[in-house]
Design a binder for this molecule. Structure first.
Ligand code: LLP
Length: 438
């Protein structure tokens, strides 16, 4: 899924990976590790000043470990890059936990929610309602009512049925609306995470957008979201051009998220400053300088800030075939390799600085042959008891975790300045039966 980006272009101004405001998108370990990660004196991986092997001993594994400073730095860099007059929304489906909402709210970010549940979490995490925008291709009446009652800022309309519902429900002083357009654009990424194509469940077809604009209550602008994890910045120019093809004055233009991040060492996505410049210029060119620009990055804000720590439990050699390294999590904490053939890298945290020696397959503990986290990766002498880390799991890991095989979903641990705190606790066995009514 990774696409090579022309890094020459990124080096045009200043250091590669450093934004205009001086924010460096990678730290001493390079992509895809958190900025605030390093190898400590013991030769072990440290995140936010905390030794990951010690964290594994203290909190158990699997565990999602985040450098809190990264979350904050990335949020600030995005706000800086797009400018205070724009709206950078945290696509909170990527990491819906109270502590993450709290960080984003404190750093001047707006919030995108895609359900009543995410709205509940965003409000609990301290987002001012007027800074929240609601998405969804099939929002229920209950969800729309929650949004209206909470007084959120924006609802993105996805269908004519929703227009009919809102025409009945939405007061004139209620949330403003945007129309989601299906722009007919396909970024280069996995088909499951393309959303802007013609044949999509999302958005209004181009030929019906003007009719939708005329009917929509509280209309203020247009929206599109092309897909996720793509590196082609220029496609946003095409998106702005498509959205500008309608006879309407827009106060707001929202081009969605999808900004790609590095998952592997050699991934070089565009910098946030490039996204910002391209999108701002394109919207200004087509809609004029006074139109408010909105974007909805999820993964970009949180993906590289987090890693997953596992413990190696078995190492199995099949002579002449391969070596399997099994860890104590898998598809229940990271479904992305199975859903999208997403590629990751991994390292042994205990001997982080040592050169990898063994070509292995890293698998989970689930009763599925497809439960493969890394089909092939080089590790340094993986052995039972080692702490294995998979970086870039900060987005859509915790968010898409399940209890498959009765696993207790992992904790989320924030690390900063050598201190760790549990912001989501590990589930208990009691939690597993907590909803059972019979
Ligand atoms: N805006 C809208 C309307 C979206 O549907 C999404 C993601 C985003 C923004 C944020 O996209 P991001 O910047 O995080 O790529 N579970 C998949 C990704 C599906 C995302 C769905 N919508 C994954 O693990 O890659």
């Amino acid at each position: 899924m990774s696409v090579e980006h022309d890094t020459q272009q990124a080096q045009g101004e200043g250091l590669p990976g450093v934004t205009d405001s001086g924010f460096s998108e990678t730290g001493p370990l390079g992509p895809p590790y958190p900025i605030d990660a390093r190898v400590n004196e013991a030769g072990r991986l440290e995140i936010g000043g905390c030794d990951v092997v010690d964290l594994a001993a203290e909190h158990g594994t699997p565990a999602y470990i985040y450098a809190e400073g990264d979350l904050r730095a990335r949020a600030r860099a995005a706000v800086d890059a797009f400018g205070a007059d724009a709206g950078v929304l945290f696509a909170s489906k990527s990491f819906p936990c109270t502590a993450a909402y709290r960080v984003m709210a404190a750093e001047g970010i707006f919030c995108d929610v895609a359900s009543g549940g995410e709205l509940h979490l965003a409000l609990k995490g301290g987002f001012a309602p007027e800074r929240i925008l609601m998405h969804g291709n099939n929002k229920t009446r209950e969800e729309l009512q929650l949004a209206i009652d909470a007084g959120i800022g924006y609802i993105v309309i996805d269908s004519f049925d929703e227009i009919d519902r809102l025409a009945e429900m939405l007061p004139a002083d209620g949330p403003r609306t945007l129309i989601r357009v299906a722009p007919g654009l396909k970024p280069s990424t996995h088909a499951y995470i393309q959303t802007g194509q013609v044949d999509s469940k999302f958005g209004i077809p181009l030929s019906q957008v003007e009719q939708a604009i005329q009917k929509a209550p509280n209309f203020v602008g247009l929206h599109c979201h092309l897909g996720s994890q793509f590196f082609d910045v220029e496609i946003f120019q095409a998106a702005a051009e498509v959205l500008a093809g309608f006879e309407v004055k827009c106060q707001v233009v929202n081009v969605g998220g999808g900004f790609g991040i590095p998952y592997l060492e050699h991934d070089h996505p565009p910098r946030i400053a490039e996204y910002a410049r391209t999108i701002r210029d394109a919207v200004a060119e087509h809609f004029g300088p006074d139109t408010k620009v909105m974007v909805e990055p999820g993964r970009w804000l949180v993906g590289n800030a987090g890693v997953t720590a596992y413990t190696v439990g078995t190492v199995k050699e099949i002579p002449g075939v391969r070596r399997y390294v099994a860890v104590d999590g898998g598809m229940s904490d990271n479904i992305r390799p199975m859903l999208y053939q997403a590629e990751y890298t991994a390292r042994i945290a205990d001997r982080f600085a040592r050169e990898p020696t063994r070509d292995v397959r890293v698998v989970g503990m689930h009763c599925e042959s497809g439960d493969v986290i890394l089909p092939e990766v080089m590790l340094h002498e993986p052995a039972v008891g080692d702490t294995l880390v998979v970086p870039a799991t900060g987005a859509y890991g915790h968010a898409m975790a399940s209890n498959y095989n009765g696993v207790r979903r992992p904790p989320v641990i924030f690390c900063a300045d050598g201190e760790s705190r549990v912001v989501v606790r590990r589930e208990t066995f009691e939690d597993l039966a907590a909803r059972d009514a019979g």
